[in-house]
Design a protein around this ligand. Structure first.
Ligand code: FAD
Length: 392
């Protein structure tokens, strides 16, 4: 008798799915409770750094990712006028240095690959399950229903994202994410709609371009085997209070960048629709594990970050992989015996690394958004010699 653990994961985002795969591979039974009626991901492109590629390779998923990914060749950092300040080779440099590739994909495809793998391994995913409360010592969750019902398990993992109910129940107080004063316009354009000769330079090969200006920056990169261009524009947050995502006016978006690099202006002319996302992060949490050692947090629920290092989902996936790897060190029948040690080790391994990512991402906000002047000129001179490589 292996007598595995039964684990409940709250949230079927990229982090929850990664934890489900890792823990199931370690010999345990996992049920994911997801509030949405349908599985899938909103949003657009996502960058997969080599640290995530390593995990995906260990799970035998790298070739599946390749079928939906773009392998960027170079990153260009540009002034708002389009002048290239520095170029970092990505392919093959990153793979040679870190052993694994840097991919760019559509989030929906990434999410589908992890979902299919979780289901193939036997993970149960229950949709329309809104978790409303948690008993940390039993442990159990109360799920909204008519009437509400309770589900018990050996371990509960809170992977319910930025606006985490699990975090607030754990802290026993409201804990809204931190306002960063930035928002992102996110748009997708088909490469077949980018035929203007002005864009030829951007299209030569699948490169990633960043443009930096005072309090704003823009980026574009390719996904879906170079067939789609993903555009992210960062501006000061002007969303009304209480609204975190909304569809937005393309004309208004274009107007914000109409004095920038003519290539960017032309690229934005190709955009048919766009969405605004308020960007929020979180302050470092000292504890992720409840003292009864039957509950733990993961992903954005405990370390939401600005996206300026493209590391939020990557860190959530790493969290899940680390939990799975730690459980795999003991026989499934010993999972209860060693659970406290495993959760404590997980927290120790992950807390400082993720806090560093959150802090570095905030630092990059300063680098990307400098006002024109001596500091910006110093930054540009420094970039001509050495592009920052944090997050690779
Ligand atoms: P989520 O993806 O938020 O998943 C949480 C899940 O929990 C959701 O499915 C939700 O429905 C469910 N849930 C919530 N509450 C409940 C409840 N009470 N009961 C049941 N289910 C519940 N990261 C990168 O690595 N690379 C990038 O290039 C990148 N680009 C980004 C660009 C932008 C503009 C933004 C805003 C973010 C970007 N990120 C990027 C960050 C990344 O999107 C997040 O860090 C990542 O999605 C977090 O994953 P998660 O699984 O922790 O949470």
């Amino acid at each position: 008798m292996t007598n595995p653990l039964h684990v409940i994961i709250v949230g079927a985002g990229l982090g929850g799915l990664a934890a489900a795969i890792g823990i199931t591979k370690a010999g345990h039974q996992v049920t994911i409770l997801e509030q949405a009626a349908q599985l899938g991901e909103v949003g657009a492109g996502i960058q997969i750094p080599p640290s995530s590629s390593r995990v995906l390779d260990q799970w035998g998923l790298l070739n599946k990712i390749r079928t939906i990914a773009t392998l960027p060749l170079d990153f260009h950092l540009r002034s708002k006028n389009g002048e290239i300040l520095s170029t970092q080779n990505i392919q093959p440099f990153i793979e040679e240095k870190y052993g694994y590739p840097y991919f760019q994909v559509h989030r929906a495809g990434y999410h589908r690959i992890l979902t299919e793998e979780a289901i193939r391994l036997g993970v149960t995913i229950r949709l329309k399950c809104v978790v409303q409360d948690i008993n940390f010592t039993k442990p159990s969750v109360r799920v909204k229903g008519d009437p509400d019902y309770e589900l018990t398990s050996d371990l509960i993992i809170g992977a319910d994202g930025l606006r985490s109910l699990c975090r607030e129940k754990f802290l026993a107080r409201p804990d809204p994410p931190r306002i960063t004063r930035d928002l992102a316009y996110r748009s997708l354009v088909k490469v077949s709609d980018m035929m203007s000769p002005v864009l030829r330079d951007l299209m030569v090969k699948p490169c990633t371009n960043y443009w930096m200006g005072a309090n704003m920056h823009a980026m574009c990169y390719f996904i879906e085997r170079d067939q789609i261009c993903n555009i992210v524009l960062i501006i000061p947050d002007d969303l009304p209070p209480g609204v975190n995502v909304e569809s937005a006016s393309v004309e208004e978006m274009q107007a914000k960048f109409d004095s920038w690099d003519p290539q960017l202006v032309e690229l934005l002319r190709c955009v048919g629709s766009t969405t605004k996302w308020r960007l929020q992060d979180s302050v470092k949490m000292e504890r992720w594990v409840h003292e009864a050692n039957k509950f733990v947090l993961l992903g954005d629920a405990c370390h939401a970050t600005l996206p300026y290092l493209a590391q939020g989902a990557a860190q959530a996936v790493e969290d899940g992989a680390v939990l799975g790897a730690l459980f795999s060190k003991v026989a499934p029948s010993d999972g209860r015996l060693y659970m406290a040690d495993i959760l404590r080790t997980y927290e120790q391994l992950r807390r400082d690394r993720t806090a560093k990512v959150v802090q570095k991402s905030a630092d990059f906000r300063v680098i990307f958004h400098m006002e024109d002047g001596p500091l910006q000129q110093e930054r540009d001179r420094a970039l001509l010699n050495d592009i920052p490589s944090e997050g690779f």
